[in-house]
Write a protein that binds this ligand. Structure first.
Ligand code: HEM
Length: 345
């Protein structure tokens, strides 16, 4: 099984397209999904040095509509809205996500354009964000964003499903569009901004645990399992802005093998840890959208129309005798039981 290209060097520019499938357009969309990899290759191959990538996600309601009789990824569900005091994380519609990234906006735009020629008649665009990295890997708050992302094998271990063999090499992805109150943010000192995040602004150095306020973004996003092992997600946040509406902010996107990890972080941020000790970043950032998607492996995506032909199953358990498809000898990847390479988009 081969993963979609989730793990990659940070892009310079992205387009995030969240779509809903029109009633009755399920079979048209099903027929188009297997062709997405080819579209990405058509555009990307013209400039291989520009690292054009596209990751496709499918939302929970869409899965039920497209594949009513097929098994469902076990952790795919609608985004869980959070009502903290005083901040709220809304759940907004999303059947398909296209996470398009690269080094230049023309490549991203061309791929989005071709995809919308195909999908446009069958979907509504719920959210569209053309985003960029602000100077040296910064978000619009001016902080370097992404430093503590897991790397190499740790990144694959963090994002690829390893406990649901039918969906091996898949992943889950949460997205949220945040708008920033830039005047409020700029009205506080750099030292105070650093206490909000938990790192220094200019040179991106993490505060020591003693110096990190308990309501800082870093303190609340440091989550671990019951044995004390760190639980990671992989983020590709980007800045966006629009002068006519005045909306500007950070598009959060986080991949995880278990969406429960990201949800734990969101609970810490919005409800607080302990309850009421919410993330101070939210005093300057408002979540406008929220959605969860499953990211199938590239092998599954390329033949996903076949899944719709599945007949009802008596149980959702995997066949014990069905071996995992691997490209390499067993044991090459002791953590996940299948190989992740070679990567294709
Ligand atoms: C307004 C939106 C957000 C902004 C501007 C933002 C910005 C940042 C910045 C500047 C850092 C420090 C550098 C780094 O390691 O990347 C960071 C770290 C982090 N953020 Fe966010 N973030 C946002 C939303 C979120 C959300 C919604 C989550 C999770 C649900 C999240 C999870 C994390 C994690 C896990 C880290 C690394 C913590 C560590 O291990 O040090 N962030 N973020």
């Amino acid at each position: 099984m081969v993963t979609q290209k989730i793990v990659a060097t940070p892009p310079k520019t992205s387009i995030f397209l969240t779509l809903t499938i029109r009633p009755g357009a399920e079979s048209a969309v099903l027929a188009l999904l297997p062709g997405i990899s080819g579209r990405t290759r058509s555009v990307g191959f013209r400039h291989p040095d520009l690292d054009l990538l596209n990751v496709v996600g499918i939302g929970s309601d869409a899965w039920d509509r497209l594949f009513p009789h097929a098994p469902k990824p076990k952790n795919l569900h609608p985004f869980q809205e959070l009502h903290g005091q005083p901040h709220r994380a809304p759940s907004t519609p999303g059947d398909l996500l296209f996470h398009i990234r690269g080094r230049t906006p023309d490549m991203c735009f061309e791929l989005a354009r071709l995809l919308m020629v195909d999908f446009g008649p069958h979907v509504d665009v719920e959210d569209e964000v053309h985003a960029f990295k602000y100077f040296d890997e910064r978000d619009l708050l001016g902080f370097v964003d992404g430093t503590e992302n897991p790397e190499d094998q740790d990144a694959y271990d963090a994002v690829l499903v390893d406990d649901d063999p039918r969906f091996a090499a898949g992943s889950y992805v949460h997205v949220q569009k945040y708008t920033h109150d830039m005047s409020a943010w700029e009205s506080i000192s750099v030292e105070e901004q650093e206490r909000v995040i938990g790192r220094t602004k200019s040179d991106d150095v993490e505060f020591s645990d003693d110096a990190k306020p308990s309501n800082s973004h870093l303190a609340l996003n440091d989550v671990s399992d019951e044995d004390g092992n760190d639980l990671d997600i992989l983020r590709y946040n980007m800045a966006f802005g629009d002068f006519s509406s005045g909306d500007m902010g950070t598009y959060f996107i986080g991949y995880a093998k278990d969406p429960g990890v990201t949800e734990q972080m969101l609970e810490n941020m919005f409800l607080g840890d302990p309850p009421g000790n919410y993330d101070r970043i939210l005093d300057f950032s408002t979540a406008q959208t929220g959605a969860l998607f499953f990211v199938p492996s590239i092998d599954l995506l390329d033949e996903i129309d076949a899944l719709a032909e599945d007949s009802p199953e008596p149980a959702d358990e995997p066949e014990p005798s069905a071996p995992l498809a691997t490209d390499t000898e067993p044991g090459d990847n002791p953590h996940v039981g299948f190989t992740v390479g070679p990567l294709r988009d």
